[in-house]
Design a protein around this ligand. Structure first.
Ligand code: UDP
Ligand code: MG
Length: 315
């Protein structure tokens, strides 16, 4: 019997967890050929999420959990779940039921019958239940990141997926602190079969993403998977110096021909302002990379576990 671990990152999902558990349980009861285990990752929730998970674990031996010492973010929660899983198939899905659990049936059937695929992943076909602003922001973000990065990161790809063990092992072998899963999923390669998936409204509770956290996610994605911004700084610097040099030659020739003049104060101020601005932007871009290098070399753990019912032997 093949084993499947269902990894569920949870941050303040107390309202929705009982619904989630009920719906997923009814889906997996239709798949008697697999042994399912839940791995709930409580990402420092401040509501009753942990109590609900503990309650589920007490009555169902297939419920495992990891509880973080504070909120480390969904990326860290997914990584912890993958590190603690030991099953042949690993499925990642959100706790809010926006990822239809019934799709797991098709995803598993695909990996069982089509050995050429190693990942069965959901691709959203609409953005129902999401604000206009958020969907146009993410459209632009994926355009930019795909222009700047050599890995192809499909816009509609979701974290909702079933992966074979070897794919999970490849993902957890990437030790980076600044994690951008959509990039990591693409970067490790492997054949992916895409499943069209209609976005559903959250069953209860509310989204954890603010505009600030989305912006940070976008910057992390671009910097984590592209060094093009650094090259752009170099190119801009080269072009501006070339223009400056040509202008200097022109001034020198003009001084020889018609004598020195004291005009040109406004143009000097313009040049100083434009160049000063560009230098600061360049420093800022370099700073973003340096800050990430700083975080990487500190080599801090990506998450800290407060409690878990997964014994180290099972890791
Ligand atoms: N999540 C998490 N840690 C966080 C933020 C979110 O584990 O810091 C979980 C959350 O509980 C949910 C999933 O990640 O299961 C997706 O979050 P959400 O539904 O808020 O995102 P959205 O669907 O709005 O993009
Ligand atoms: Mg959601």
């Amino acid at each position: 019997m093949k084993s499947v671990d269902l990894i569920v990152p949870c941050y303040n999902e107390a309202e929705v967890l009982p619904l989630f558990y009920g719906e997923v349980s009814s889906v997996i009861s239709k798949l008697p050929d697999f042994e399912f285990n839940f791995i709930f990752v409580n990402d420092g929730s401040r509501d009753a999420t942990l109590d609900i998970i503990l309650g589920l674990a007490a009555k169902d031996s297939h419920v495992r959990y990891i509880s973080f010492s504070r909120n480390f973010g969904k990326e860290a929660a997914m990584l912890a779940g993958m590190k603690y899983s030991n099953s042949e198939y690993v499925c990642i899905l959100d706790a809010d039921l926006q990822h239809s659990p019934s799709l797991i049936i098709d995803m598993l059937a695909c990996l069982e019958t089509e050995p050429q695929y190693d990942v069965a992943a959901a691709r959203r076909i609409d953005r129902e239940g999401e604000s206009k602003f958020k969907s146009s922001f993410s459209k632009w973000f994926y355009k930019v990141i795909n222009m700047l990065s050599s890995v192809d990161i499909p816009e509609s790809a979701q974290d909702f997926r079933v992966m074979r063990r070897k794919v999970v092992d490849a993902i957890i072998s990437m030790p980076e602190y600044n994690r951008f899963s959509k990039g990591i999923f693409s970067w490790v390669g492997f054949n992916t079969k895409w499943f069209a998936h209609e976005n559903r409204e959250r069953a209860a509770g509310e989204t954890k993403w603010s505009f600030g956290s989305l912006l940070k996610y976008a910057v992390d994605g671009i910097i984590g998977f592209s060094t093009v911004p650094l090259k752009m700084v170099l190119h801009a610097g080269t072009i501006i110096s070339a223009v400056g040099l040509i202008y200097a030659v022109y001034i020198i020739i003009r001084t020889f021909v018609s004598g020195p003049d004291v005009e040109g104060y406004p143009s000097q101020i313009c040049a100083i302002l434009v160049l000063g601005g560009l230098i600061l932007i360049a420093l800022g871009i370099i700073g973003e990379y340096v800050a990430r290098i700083y975080l990487e070399v500190k080599n801090r753990p990506i998450f800290i576990i407060d409690e878990t019912n997964i014994t180290p032997k099972e890791k």
